[in-house]
Design a protein around this ligand. Sequence first.
Ligand SMILES: Cc1cc2nc3c(=O)[nH]c(=O)nc-3n(C[C@H](O)[C@H](O)[C@H](O)COP(=O)(O)OP(=O)(O)OC[C@H]3O[C@@H](n4cnc5c(N)ncnc54)[C@H](O)[C@@H]3O)c2cc1C
Length: 458
Amino acid sequence: MYLEFQGCKFGARCIHKHFFEEILSFEMSQFGHVSAVNLRGQSNLNNLWSSQSWRCYCLDGKMNTLSFASSDAMGRKLKSPSANAFMTRSRKDVPPLKVVCIDYPRPEIESTVNYLEASYLSSTFRNSPRPNKPLKIVIAGAGLAGLSTAKYLVDAGHKPILLEGRDVLGGKVAAWKDDDGDWYETGLHIFFGAYPNVQNLFGELGINDRLQWKEHSMIFAMPSKPGEFSRFDFPGVLPAPLNGIWAILMNSEMLTWPEKVKFAVGLLPAIIGGQSYVEAQDGITVKDWMRKQGIPDRVTDEVFIAMSKALNFINPDELSMQCILIALNRFLQEKHGSKMAFLDGNPPERLCMPIVDHVTSQGGEVRLNSRIQKIELNKDGSVKNFVLNNGSTVEGDVYVFATPVDILKLLLPEDWKEIQYFQKLDKLVGVPVINIHIWFDRKLKNTYDHLLFSRLYS
Ligand SMILES: Cc1cc2nc3c(=O)[nH]c(=O)nc-3n(C[C@H](O)[C@H](O)[C@H](O)COP(=O)(O)OP(=O)(O)OC[C@H]3O[C@@H](n4cnc5c(N)ncnc54)[C@H](O)[C@@H]3O)c2cc1C
């Protein structure tokens, strides 16, 4: 029996919760988005072992290499994940389940120019001379930006105090455990090969093995054939950009040949001109750029609406083409740029806690339930302190804001509103996003252990 879990962007994370509860005796939440095989069934297993790189986890307690924590280990208590995390539901009539997770091999990203640059920059923090007087740096917001800021500051010998308003780490990658023990995440989060700083961070934290790499493909739900998917497969043998071009050329369901040619020709300036061409496209929306290339609106609606929403949660007639091209350009320049990995569990424990451990082990602090309510200023207009929700104040030598822009706009002191630099904030507007988890009561047909692009017309 081969059972799959999958993450569907926009649709939801689809986990066959009740289906499993009927047949199997384990806590669904332990698996996030992995694939499971009941080894007693043995079907297809030999083929799967031979074709891919696998890791095996057993639920009988003998081979428990993944460690997920109990729900409240994240958040308030800031505990490290417990080692004894796998739980089984006691059902006498159900045999012990063994689970196998598919992992495609980690791509060779460490040798890319971007990764080497990120790795070098990060090493300069560690290798710089220690400051005579470490700075006390107060950081607002323990999302990935605030957490990584704190990480690199302790590496450079400073003393960050990271203040998080909520009782959970991670911000937009936060997650919560329900009474059944299932994790609710703030959306599916993909870690691309083209993220040199993030990939380097995982490496430095020693948690590369928590990334589960998927097939090098982009898979789209087809509007004209509900329930069916169309794939863009990037062949491993070809270098970039040929692997991407091949993926586009070989897809016969989403693009006709004239559309493929027009799109490829449209992308040539980005491939040749690089970043300067990409930046020059900022004034034009995705929809208009496509029209300019002679690509029909159907393609925008079927392919680029999904990409626009994936990147910015807005439609192609609102999104700057620069955003799409930044992503596409990285994908076209780097062989593994568009390769995707999922985190092997909930982000607060599997990613944020290792950062917190690193920060606190080197003298930094991370405080939850510490919402900044006011930025108090000195007479000269510099920051005097942050006033928290409980009335206390936190003072530092330097202050960093790593919250969404809307929060900073709300907290901006009156005196600063006149400053031109801060006036630019007016143009930055947040996009509200709702994330829906759907628990299906049976196995879905045509499922993939991958990100599935889809779209809603609204
Ligand atoms: C549904 C969804 C799916 C996504 N998928 C992907 C993906 O697949 N790949 C990808 O690369 N990116 C993805 N993203 C984007 C990515 O998650 C974010 O860019 C990133 O997590 C933002 O991190 P951040 O630290 O900048 O901000 P945030 O995560 O927003 O962190 C800000 C923190 O500040 C805290 N805060 C706010 N106000 C205060 C205050 N007054 N005092 C103290 N603390 C405060 C908040 O509670 C929060 O913890 C996705 C985003 C969403 C919403």
